[in-house]
Design a protein around this ligand. Structure first.
Ligand SMILES: Nc1ncnc2c1ncn2[C@@H]1O[C@H](COP(=O)(O)OP(=O)(O)O)[C@@H](O)[C@H]1O
Ligand SMILES: [Mg+2]
Length: 367
């Protein structure tokens, strides 16, 4: 049995209203750092509010250590949560802010002092315990919120977009800090974000959500290299995957993906999976970094299209080329800096069969 089990979890805010969380199933092991990733409105906050007990469930169950928690009060669940607007109390010192949940538990004063100091040490704010929040930076206030959440030694640590109010640079450095605290405390954590790069850099496993449903659960490398659905392929990675509307045709003893400016020989390893799609439309996805450019118009293994460079966005270590292939504005991530004049003709080849095909009806990857 896993540490946290979410079984057929459902949420409707009104009796006949839409399913905001639609039959969610998820198992989390002790010590994992799990990230819920998805666009705004997909149900991330609703889900973790049901775990913390701030929101009632409409169906299903949530278990920690084999025990159902859905009938327990928030305070009895052993769960700590920090929010986007990490409300720390401005009229209290940092010490009192962190000590507050322990005072509610009526712990002895000496014990409170010891635990507050340990939490302050873990979050590196030992020197600030006598200050008021107004005398601190955004990053320091965020650390106070984290210290207050970990001081109760929760079984589960929930964070709802905790970094989104910080400036860009601090947001990136706090990722590492939070992960360090998680590891040092031996916590089990669920971190919510809509930022795929935040998710990729922090998660042991990512739960990708869309319209109240889980699209895929996997390690960052799995969701990137082995995307289960079109949505995942589009949401993970920057720039996002390029998609082309193609029809599958038989040619000799092989298959061709054709249309939308593309003519591409389907790799042999996909032959059997793609055979039922002959004569049908599918979505062909190629990540920008797997599109290889040939300035001498060479049709290499993996050739897919001829096009013209419209714009070049130099990034220092590499360039992003913007082109039109059929109706698609395709972005190409070059391996090195390429200084191409707009108007340059190029041939585009898919590297090492790194192509994905998706069923247009179900949006599932064909493989
Ligand atoms: N208290 C509420 N009453 C009714 N609808 C709500 C309530 N809270 C959230 N919703 C709706 O539920 C959906 C999911 O919201 P939320 O869980 O906040 O998404 P996320 O955190 O992924 O942005 C949204 O359509 C939102 O409008
Ligand atoms: Mg939210």
């Amino acid at each position: 049995m896993s540490y946290l089990e979410i079984k057929n979890l459902q949420k409707r805010y009104t009796k006949n209203g839409p399913l905001i969380v639609d039959n969610m199933n998820l198992s989390i092991e002790k010590g994992e750092f799990i990230v819920f990733l998805g666009p705004s409105g997909c149900g991330k906050t609703t889900t973790i509010r049901m775990i913390s007990g701030l929101e009632e469930v409409s169906g299903g169950d949530i278990l920690i250590d084999g025990e159902s928690i859905i009938d327990k009060k928030p305070r009895e669940r052993g769960v700590s949560m920090i929010f986007q607007s990490y409300a720390i109390w401005t009229h209290m010192t940092v010490f009192d802010n962190i000590a507050y949940p322990l005072k509610l538990q009526k712990l002895p004063k000496a014990e409170i002092k010891k635990r507050v100091e340990a939490a302050a040490k873990a979050t590196e704010i030992q020197g600030l315990l006598k200050r008021y929040p107004s005398q601190m930076s955004g990053g320091q206030r965020q650390r106070v919120a984290v210290a207050r959440a970990i001081v109760v030694e929760p079984k589960l640590f929930l964070m709802d977009e905790p970094l989104s109010n910080l400036d860009a640079k601090l947001r990136v450095s706090m990722r590492t800090e939070l992960k360090k605290i998680h590891t040092a405390q031996g916590s089990t954590s669920i971190f919510v974000t809509h930022d795929q790069s935040e998710a990729m850099s922090m998660a042991d496993r990512i739960v990708i959500m869309y319209k109240g449903k889980i699209e895929q659960i996997g390690t960052p490398m799995e969701v990137y290299h082995d995307s289960a659905t079109r949505f995942v392929a589009e949401f993970i990675g920057t720039p996002p995957t390029n998609f082309f509307d193609v029809v599958i045709e038989k040619e000799g003893d092989g298959l061709i993906a054709s249309g939308d400016g593309v003519r591409y020989r389907v790799p042999q390893k996909l032959y059997n999976a793609m055979l039922p799609y002959v004569g049908k439309k599918v979505d062909m996805g190629v990540r920008p970094e797997f599109m290889e450019v040939s300035e001498d118009m060479e049709k290499r293994e993996g050739y897919m299209a001829d096009t013209v460079v419209n714009f070049v966005e130099p990034q220092g270590s590499h360039s992003i080329l913007i082109t039109n292939i059929g109706n698609t504005v395709a972005k190409i991530h070059t391996i090195e800096h390429m200084d191409m004049r707009p108007g340059t003709k190029i041939a585009v080849n898919v590297k090492n069969d790194n192509v994905m095909f998706f069923d247009c009806d179900t949006s599932f990857r064909i493989k």
